[in-house]
Design a protein around this ligand. Structure first.
Ligand code: ADP
Length: 393
């Protein structure tokens, strides 16, 4: 029996999990607990081709994880026989303290807690998962893997805001990035597929949240998310880059509170704010129906992508590989084509036939002989977390 890792991604009202065989690179089971604390919860557990659903109340995260562990025993694969050697927890904010994965100790938990003001929506929820996980699975080591860790190598010039130094220092205001596990996995995968290490790469992680990174020889040198995941690309519901004076303007002239503006920028902006829909499939449907607002929305989205590709090529003094990943990046050939339109001068072009459709495997979509290799590389954050957990035990 090979060793397995249970990967847990605990959100404010949900828990996603996967039982991963890190050597084989496969998931033996995966699932989702949703609507924790509501009248009716929802649990979906997939093992092989069997999907089991429950709609009972899930009182809290502990109750959710307990029900999941019971499902493993009931419908399989039985955890007692699955050879679990570690539990890997995703944590969003590791601040300047964590440049890699860490074994969970009481000190590590305290540090993640201390970093919570930098990720108030995420770190407390991640911590809840760690607490109940340690309680229910006390006999295996628990490892935390941080979304920010891959970006600890950012040079000061990329990580520093042009803000009063004392204020920035006192309140830990700098660029930490996010989605690091995915950017690391995808850039390493591209190097592996191409059989070359010393590459200048751009990774575009385009899911509901979206981020870009510039990676030289396996080390991140810039990324689009900043103090929080709000900065950078246009996202499903987030603004990405915006003049900070918009905050002062709305506070002074629209009478909006800081919390209302936070909600507006994070949950009611981006594609959702521009088109009414945050899902690209719906945006394309609107455009096909002749909705001009939706067309402008998609133009804003892809224009921002081109700006980042151009600026990262400049930052790195060249570009060898451009990779698309996550829900939009892996599935949406229209976005991929529009994101690189007009970038032939940089050596970036794609072959329409190779680009067509969704990709489940790493695929080169640039023409043979192109200066820049453009790829679609499906991300696998759970596998990356499982492998990082294994590396520590
Ligand atoms: P998350 O950031 O929540 O992990 P995902 O990486 O799963 O998100 O991406 C979800 C997004 O992917 C959806 O909101 C949608 O915009 C996009 N998406 C998923 N499937 C398709 C598809 N077939 N075509 C275009 N976009 C898609």
């Amino acid at each position: 029996m090979s060793a397995t890792v249970l990967v847990i991604n605990s959100g404010s009202s949900s828990i996603k999990y996967q039982l991963v065989d890190p050597d084989a690179g496969t998931a033996l089971a995966s699932g989702l607990v949703e609507r924790i604390g509501e009248d009716a919860g929802h649990i979906e557990h997939k093992a092989g081709s069997t999907k089991t659903e429950r709609h009972d109340r899930v009182a809290d995260h502990g109750d959710g994880l307990r029900q999941v562990l019971a499902l493993f025993e009931e419908v399989g694969p039985a955890l007692s026989e699955a050879g679990i050697v570690a539990v890997g927890h995703r944590v969003v904010q590791g601040g300047k303290e964590f440049a890699g994965p860490a074994l969970v100790t009481d000190d590590v938990v305290a540090t993640i807690e201390r970093l919570a003001p930098l990720a108030p929506l995420h770190n407390p929820a991640n911590l809840t998962g760690i607490r109940v996980g340690r309680e229910l699975l006390p006999d295996v080591p628990h490892v935390v893997v941080f979304d920010t860790a891959f970006f600890q190598t950012l040079p000061d010039a990329a990580a520093t805001y042009a803000l009063d130094r004392e204020v920035a220092e006192k309140y830990s205001v700098r660029r930490y990035g996010a989605h690091g596990t995915s950017h690391q996995y995808v850039s390493a995968k591209a190097a592996e597929v191409l059989g070359r290490d010393s590459l200048k790469q751009i990774v575009l992680h385009l899911g509901n949240g979206a981020s870009a990174s510039a990676v030289v020889g396996g080390k991140a040198v810039d990324t689009s998310m900043g103090l929080t995941p709000l900065e950078g690309l246009v996202m499903g519901t987030r603004t990405g880059d915006i003049d900070p004076a918009v905050v002062f303007h709305l506070k002074r002239n629209a009478g909006m509170s800081v919390d209302e503006i936070d909600d507006l920028f994070n949950k009611r902006s981006g594609l959702k704010g521009l088109t009414g829909e945050n899902d690209l499939r719906e945006v394309h449907r609107l455009i096909a129906e002749g909705d001009t607002g939706a067309r402008v929305g998609l133009d804003v989205y892809t224009y921002r992508l081109r700006k980042y590709i151009g600026s990262y090529a400049a930052v790195m003094g060249g570009l060898d590989v451009l990779s698309f990943t996550a829900g939009v990046g892996e599935n949406d050939d229209i976005v991929r084509a529009e994101a690189v339109a007009g970038l032939e001068f940089l050596g970036v072009e794609i072959d329409p036939e190779r680009n067509a459709g969704r990709k489940k495997e790493p695929t080169v979509i640039s023409p043979d002989g192109a200066k820049v290799t453009v790829m679609v590389i499906p991300t696998n954050e759970e596998l990356a977390i499982a492998r990082q957990a294994m590396s520590l035990i």
